[in-house]
Design a protein around this ligand. Sequence first.
Ligand code: BGP
Length: 480
Amino acid sequence: MKKEFPKGFLWGASTSAYQVEGAAYEDGKKASQQDVINHENYEKHGFANADIASDHYHHFKEDVALMKEMGFSAYRFSIAWSRVFPDGVGDVNEKGIQFYRDLIDELIRNDIEPIVTLYHYDLPWTLVEKYDGWIDRQVVADFEYYARYVINEFKDKVKYWTTINEQSIIVQYIEQKCFIPEKYRGNNQIRYQINHHMNLAHAIACKLVHELVPGGMVGAALGYAPVYPLSSSPQDMMAAQNAHDLRNAFYLDIYFKGFYTKSAMIYLEEHGLAPVIEPGDMELIEEGESDFLALNYYYSDCAKACPLDAGKEISYGGVNLSGKKGEMSGFETHPGFYEMCKNPNLDTTDWDWSIDPTGLEYLFRDIYMRYNKPLMITENGMGAFDTLTEDGKIHDDYRIQYLREHIKAMKRAMDYGVEILAYCPWSALDLISTSNGVKKRYGFIYVDRTDDDPKECKRLKKDSFYWYQKVLKSNGDELD
Ligand code: BGP
């Protein structure tokens, strides 16, 4: 390694509200769409629901103390809209907003910089009942109502804001991330319509931070996987370019340049998938300038050519529900454009996510050199089945290995000039996965519960906790 990590580099970790807080119906909070979706997941697959999650709502002081002990200088978390406004708009829920005041004050007391995400998949359920949620344009105005209140409330305490979590992943996995009423299921156009509404909401939030927060900085949190061609054939290379345009550039261009990537838009128009764009929308999107981009990186992707006459249909990302390698249910396919596939050069996690630290270095270089804005990591991590030993230990050397190699890759990108503000891997503590319950764990802090039994959610320190503590103490110097 050439230079040292800069002084003031932010080290921490991430969570999201519905995955960690619990207290889903306590102190005035009403359901979010994730409370409903996760109840269904429990019924269908036995995955823990969000009712108790990691019970962070009741343990937050203990959790912040553990973050402090690890040496965090930042913590990235989200605010649950339905805790602040149980019905989406209207009267604020005093006890709900008080929870975030207490959490933010506790962080600041411990010299931990709050990095706040406004929206992480959990739309108030009332808005789904009222008008089908993100499918309807009304949601943009309601989001503005909520965002204005929250940003104004914390304008003197929170400098870093992220707007919407992972629009790219929402488009891919629409039914896990948004509640989609029966009549819209299978309608692929709504993926891009929802995304368009989120682009408007994102732009509004950027403008609000610039208007209300002195010295505030704002950007989206984008789920990002670089796309490699399966082979060096020109056809696979072109497929990888197409996949990059529709899966990555389609978001980067909106956030940084204020327009939709042309090739992707033409593909969507040709297939009746393009969003309805109203007069003034693109002007608003252009005005919503980002100061940085937050990236959530877990794996890289791979694409191959998919000829039109291959007899395939448009389909979106598959999932592995079992945690047994090889049980991924399918790959995104756009005949005539590209088909995603497994990269034979990379090992995977038990859930078939490729492990590729170099992919992180590659994407940092690629994004920064094209757009020239600071970047930060708001998610990066390895989901694994952890084992709690009889003497209360968790030996997660695989996680240490994963994080170590990714930090090294990030550092190599910095050595080549990429400006990176923070590293906040997923996750500070164990929490419920978006698609696999609590047995797929990511945390530095073990939360003692199972999918069926929340027990007392006792906190225990994993081996990775002590390792990360050393990393942070040496400002990223001691990684071994
Ligand atoms: C990201 C989400 C997180 C998180 C993570 C891991 O896409 O922003 O909410 O859960 O992925 O995914 P999973 O929980 O499905 O393993």
